[in-house]
Design a protein around this ligand. Structure first.
Ligand SMILES: Cc1ncc(COP(=O)(O)O)c(C=O)c1O
Length: 384
């Protein structure tokens, strides 16, 4: 017997797809995968060294549950630079994914509504379900950075709305929201008294425009829970380290969830994270430069295929392209694997609003991208 809360949670489509590609490769099929959600660059060496050094120094016991003070201080400075009145009391070190889960656990009562972008990252809805909340999906506008369609968003807000989850730069769309997009959300949040959980995991991977934290908009500092991560910015996904930045009372609520579940993040992992923030940033800049180069290659390559349209993603390492055929994205995924030996993530994995789109991750080498595009071009020319 499974608990009602968990019963309706579907298994992750993206993990299923990764397993399928692995299985086909084991059988000898040469499948190129563009489903990946992590940078292909190694973690910067000075970060690795800092963690090893910490291990050697015996930093192998429990760390403070909130996180080590110098790391919390360093992160609070990032927000001070953006004009927020934050100190280390406003920061909790945790895994970004867990932060989102814990924020929902600490804010949502059964039946309260959580507005989600559609399409959005695969884990938001299951997290809302685990908090016994009700997910309300709002369609995005592909022509406007995949921001919320204003009328649809206004219709979705009501007295049961507790939270809106915002993700910019966004997975899977690559959209980077501009101030006017954020202002619409902020005005609604203030007028209707709901919170914004701002997932800024990809904040450093921006090619055009700038990343703006919604917490910096008028009236939003006290009603925004900001989550970010070292995973994508510093190529540290396996380290499982990120943070929450929020008003102190919310940090304390999330801390209670952390104290009785994760306890803390490993101290040597936090030493590595501190080195990432405080050490040289050229590694990160080079990585973003490489992603930008690949992005341009993918934009050109995909737009030259018949029936394919891609508006250049302004951030992240995902190209979310539209295809002009009445074929479900799940079926197209299967056909692409079989006929083109290329694995992409179907748009439907991210919600109904993703149907008709496919996600191509360019966090893989230039050579693989070129070969993948070549295979796809042949496929689209023959079939579209
Ligand atoms: C939009 C988004 N939010 C959060 C996460 C989780 O980040 P982390 O792996 O650092 O917990 C991911 C990871 O893929 C993501 O794509």
């Amino acid at each position: 017997m499974v608990a009602q809360r968990i019963k309706d949670i579907p298994p992750s489509l993206t993990i299923k797809l990764t397993d399928r590609v692995r299985e086909l490769r084991r059988k000898g099929m040469d499948v190129l995968s563009f489903t990946i959600g992590e940078p292909d660059f190694p973690t910067p060496p000075h970060v690795v060294e800092a963690a090893i050094e910490a291990l050697r120094e015996g930093k192998t016991k429990y760390a403070p549950s909130r996180g080590i003070p110098p790391l919390r201080e360093a992160i609070s400075r990032l927000y001070q630079e953006r004009g927020l009145d934050f100190t280390e009391k406003n920061i909790l070190i945790t895994t970004a994914k867990f932060a989102l889960y814990a924020a929902l656990q600490s804010l949502v009562d059964p039946g309260e509504e959580v507005i989600l972008p559609d399409p959005c990252w695969v884990s938001y809805e299951p997290m809302v379900m685990m908090a016994s909340g009700r997910a309300v999906k709002v369609r995005l506008d592909p022509l406007e950075e995949f921001s919320f369609l204003p009328e649809k968003l206004k219709e979705a807000v009501n007295s049961r709305t507790r939270i809106l989850i915002l993700n910019t730069p966004a997975n899977p769309t690559g959209g980077v929201l501009r101030r006017e997009h954020l202002k619409l959300i902020a005005d609604l949040a203030v007028d209707h008294d709901f919170y914004v959980v701002a997932d800024e995991t990809y904040e450093k991977i921006v090619y055009e425009g700038e990343h703006i934290s919604i917490a910096t908009l008028p009236g939003m500092e006290e009603r925004t829970i900001t989550v970010s991560s070292f995973s994508k910015s510093y190529s540290m996904p396996g380290w499982r380290v990120g943070w929450v930045a929020a008003p102190e009372e919310h940090i304390n609520d999330i801390l209670r969830v952390q104290q009785h579940t994760l306890t803390c993040l490993p101290p040597f992992v936090q030493a590595g994270a501190l080195a990432a923030l405080e050490g040289p940033q050229d590694y990160l800049n080079e990585m973003v430069k490489a992603f930008r180069r690949r992005r341009d290659k993918v934009v050109e390559g995909l737009n030259n295929m018949p029936g394919v349209t891609l508006r250049p993603p302004h951030g992240t390492f995902y190209a979310f392209f539209h295809y002009d055929q009445p074929v479900p994205s799940m079926d197209l995924t299967e056909t692409l694997i079989e006929k083109a030996r290329v694995a992409l993530t179907p748009g439907i994995a991210f919600g109904e609003g993703g149907e008709g789109f496919m996600r191509f991750s360019f966090a893989v080498s230039d050579e693989k991208i070129e070969e993948g595009l070549r295979r796809m071009r042949t496929f689209f020319e023959d079939n579209f």
